[in-house]
Design a protein. Structure first.
Length: 399
């Protein structure tokens, strides 16, 4: 048999999902698992969306429009209008299969094999896979727990720019670090991008998830200033608990790029028509829904930070946004520890599943003693999960 492609051989497993077989085996043994490994929200979707499932007007589920259904696009224009970006037109939006497809298309559209994309490290692990699929290289800009994972100075970033650099990819608020980049930091990135003719790809799928008065500064603010260079990748997954609907949207004023996206869209025919019908109700979602949502995540964040900081040897920064925490654990290899939690440990027949953090770094050796914890469980479950983690660390063999 002929060999598989280089990409097939090298695409990395997701550290968020690669321990799933061990989790399945633990469940078969009757062990209850608290999932801290994945950002799949447990909060109910807005009721107007669930109700819409009952009013689907067709007797079949047909293909949808390749750009996206006009009802959903109009609802999204209303959503961005409410945020203060009312000048967008429907041609500036392309519906995608989640932010994932948006990122993949964006990187594939701007990179030739060997081109480079700068991004803050640690980063959302699948960026690596998306870049690899396009033959592009992700170039990490190191950030640290000590500075709350905020951006280093412009000169540090500029040192990483080569002839092959095409874009700066920024996740705001950040998964996995919880950093929220305000106007000053985004202005700095814009300055660098303009000076070197780079695109800014902004992944703003966690836009609403910001706490303690932190406000992510959207790249949509730069559309007039840098119309060809700004690409927003957005998603409905987190904000409306619609992860399984697989819907996202790319926003850009770069006409050539948007035309390319439409052709990508035509090649994969369409996003789901039923999903878009449901998500199209987003114009009816009240502000109260978001207020309640953010309040709940904020409470969880506080419970988790407080609980983790009480565990001897655990270090974590206080996330400003999204719903993840990067935590340093008193272990040598967090991947082995995460696996051990599923294979060898349980407390009262319960355990926790965490995401080993090395996969969120491109730099070898970084993140090996860290895990990413998602706070998508209710408070009671989170409190119990922290107790389990503490007990596990107490007895985990040190060597
Ligand atoms: C930072 C970030 N970007 C993009 C995505 C992709 O999500 P989706 O494809 O569900 O929109 C995720 C999912 O967890 C994410 O955390």
């Amino acid at each position: 048999m002929k060999k598989l492609s280089w990409i097939a051989e090298n695409i990395p497993a997701s550290p968020i999902r690669e321990l799933v077989p061990f989790a399945e085996a633990a469940k078969k043994r009757g062990v209850k698992i608290y999932h801290l490994n994945i950002g799949d929200p447990d909060i109910e979707s807005p009721s107007v969306m669930i109700e819409a499932l009952k009013t689907w007007p067709h007797q079949l589920i047909p293909y949808a429009n390749s750009q996206g259904e006009s009802h959903l696009i109009n609802s999204l224009l209303g959503y961005y209008g409410k945020l203060g970006f009312g000048k967008l037109a429907s041609a500036d939006l392309q519906i995608t299969l989640g932010g994932s497809e948006g990122l993949l298309w964006t990187i594939s559209s701007i990179c030739e094999p060997g081109d480079e994309i700068l991004t803050f490290e640690p980063f959302y692990t699948n960026y690596m896979s998306f870049a690899l699929r396009a033959g592009a290289k992700l170039v990490p800009i190191e950030t640290t727990i000590e500075t709350g994972f905020h951006s280093p100075k412009a000169s540090v970033i500029e040192k990483k720019i080569t002839e092959r650099t095409k874009a700066i990819l920024v996740c705001n608020p950040s998964n996995p670090t919880g950093a929220v980049y305000p106007k000053v930091e985004m202005d700095m990135l814009l300055g660098i991008a303009k000076k070197h003719g780079l695109y800014i790809i902004a992944d703003e799928v966690y836009r609403e998830f910001a706490y303690d008065g932190h406000q992510p500064y959207s790249v949509l603010n730069y559309l007039t200033d840098y119309p060809e260079g700004i690409i927003l990748v957005d998603s409905l997954s987190k904000r409306y608990s619609l992860c399984g609907a697989r819907l996202g949207v790319i926003v850009s004023l770069n006409k050539k790029l948007m035309q390319a996206f439409l052709r990508y869209g035509q090649a994969r025919l369409s996003a789901g028509s039923l999903d878009q019908y449901v998500a199209g109700q987003l114009d009816k979602v009240s502000d109260a829904y978001f207020q309640k949502l953010i309040k709940e995540y904020d409470r969880r964040r506080q419970v988790l930070v407080k609980g983790l900081r009480k565990i001897p040897g655990v270090v974590c920064s206080e996330p400003e946004g999204a719903f993840y925490i990067m935590a340093k654990l008193p272990v040598k290899d967090s991947k082995k520890f995460a696996q051990w939690l599923l294979t060898d440990f349980s407390d009262d027949n319960e355990t926790v599943m965490v995401a080993p953090a090395a996969g969120f770094y491109a730099t070898k050796g970084l993140g090996v003693d860290e895990v990413r914890i998602a706070y998508v469980l209710n408070i009671k479950a989170l409190e119990r999960a922290v107790v389990i983690l503490a007990r596990a660390l107490e007895i985990y063999p040190k060597n």
